[in-house]
Design a protein around this ligand. Structure first.
Ligand SMILES: NC(=O)c1ccc[n+]([C@@H]2O[C@H](COP(=O)([O-])OP(=O)(O)OC[C@H]3O[C@@H](n4cnc5c(N)ncnc54)[C@H](O)[C@@H]3O)[C@@H](O)[C@H]2O)c1
Length: 267
């Protein structure tokens, strides 16, 4: 691993208490970045912070509910106060709750869309506001969104989640066009099936709505029947692509989504 790949990058991550957000935070810190870990679960962030510090890295934690603009403002402020500036953000917080189409409720829609879409938009605005204030620099600032295979495809039991991740694709395109004049790039990465707590819960919910018969079947069945590489993934499978998008190696990219899905959705 290149321990200096992200040296000089001050990075804010949402949804960083567990799963991919935590893994990306630890990977970035091991590559020299300073990390502001944010989540509704502050205790989870502090555990990740402790692991980063014990490994010799630098991190702080901040409680953020991505649905609240003032929480984003506070997290950006904490990043700048502790590290001097904000160079990179990863808008990673996200939820899923599967329902078949005719069962979708207003509550289900609001829950998913508020966190996945409104949260990413508000975060992006406040991160960009700080980057604009810092002024254009030789290396672009980078706003990175966590998209999904469901930014390109959707299925009958996750229509609202698919809508939310298609909205993230639009946010990436619109953001890239809106922020380029300020020296900010906007890109995303799209995981496929990643074994995190989100998927453990999804697996239970899919059994509850009758999509699969028994726990664990969903991931194995999807891996066998829908993923070219015949396996689902782990957070470790995505951290390298996230690091590439945060690094200067991707400076000439904007408005793009890179899929990391073992060949599940090819376009
Ligand atoms: N796991 C997958 O298969 C998969 C696939 C494609 C995309 N994704 C996306 O990757 C991202 C990370 O997912 P994960 O699988 O690591 O999930 P995860 O459940 O392990 O982690 C998500 C984190 O987001 C936090 N969070 C939830 N609501 C929040 C809110 N209102 N404000 C702030 N934080 C909040 C949770 O506390 C949690 O720590 C999400 O955007 C998800 O949609 C996941």
């Amino acid at each position: 691993m290149d321990k200096e790949r992200l040296k000089g990058k001050n990075v804010l991550i949402t949804g960083a208490a567990q799963g991919m957000g935590a893994a990306v935070g630890e990977h970035f810190a091991a590559q020299g970045a300073k990390i502001c870990l944010t989540d509704v679960n502050l205790d989870g962030c502090k555990e990740v912070e402790e692991r980063i510090r014990s490994a010799g890295g630098e991190a702080i934690s901040c409680k953020v509910d991505v649905r609240n603009r003032e929480d984003h403002v506070a997290a950006v402020k904490a990043t700048v106060e502790n590290f001097g500036s904000l160079n990179v953000s990863i808008n990673n917080a996200g939820v899923n709750k599967p329902l078949f189409f005719m069962d979708i409720t207003e509550e289900n829609y609001d829950f998913i869309m508020d966190i996945n879409v409104r949260g990413a938009l508000l975060g992006m605005q406040e991160q960009a506001r700080q980057m604009i204030k810092q002024g254009k620099q030789k290396e672009p600032y980078k706003i990175i969104h966590v998209a999904s295979i469901l930014s390109r495809e959707t299925f009958d039991d996750v229509v609202v989640y698919g809508m939310s991740k298609h909205a993230i694709a639009a946010l990436i395109k619109g953001g890239a066009k809106s922020l380029v004049e300020h020296g900010i790039t906007v890109n995303g990465y799209g995981p496929g099936v990643v074994r995190t707590e989100l998927w453990e819960q999804l697996d239970k919910d899919l059994v509850a709505i009758g999509k699969f018969d028994k726990p664990g079947e969903s991931m194995d069945s999807i891996a066998e029947n829908m993923i070219l590489m015949k396996r689902y993934s782990y957070p470790e499978d995505v951290v390298g692509t996230a690091s590439f998008l945060a690094s200067s190696e991707s400076d000439y990219m904007t408005g793009q989504i890179l899929m990391i899905d073992g060949g599940m959705v090819i376009q």
